[in-house]
Design a binder for this molecule. Sequence first.
Ligand code: S6P
Ligand code: ZN
Length: 189
Amino acid sequence: MQPFYSLVNFSNGKVTDYHNKAIRKYKDMENFFKMYLTKDIKANLKEKTIYESYEIRLPKKNGNLSWCTTIIYPGDIAGEYFMTKGHFHKNDISAELYLCIQGEGYIIMQNHEGKFIDCKIVPGKAISVPPEWGHRVINSDKNNKLIFVAVYASDAGHDYAFIEEKGFKKLLISENGKPKFIDNPNYQK
Ligand code: S6P
Ligand code: ZN
């Protein structure tokens, strides 16, 4: 393989020459939001775009790195800010590097023993997610997009099952217009 490059647009998060674009709407990730909603309200939110991502994806071969930009739109679902689904890596020994380029929010991380850590993110902040820590990014600014770059082993893979069923220990909600962590009522069930 030859070296190659792409250009990241720091204003809108788009990347040239990407291999994979994903758009996640509410209907694609309903179960990841844990605040209670009636069926009718859920039905009305189905087409809402929560985030999109542009990935430079290299073959899943040991030693290759892939990376992507993610743009999380502003908003909330029953108070829970828009966010990524969150996942562990299938290949759990894979670490990841996050670099925020626009907006503000939080990265939350949790390991298999249930230790939970949150870290505020602002442009220029780079966060190292060690192996074996689940991770999610949350946009806590209801007026602006949050854009970040993530770099990870190409064979890292995504394991969403635990987060979809139980979620992280804490949820980030908007209370009186300010972000606040609360216990996830679904976590102990
Ligand atoms: C991959 C990396 C990111 C996320 C993306 C969307 O390891 O962490 O590229 O896939 O930000 O997040 P999620 O949790 O919905 O896949
Ligand atoms: Zn990851």
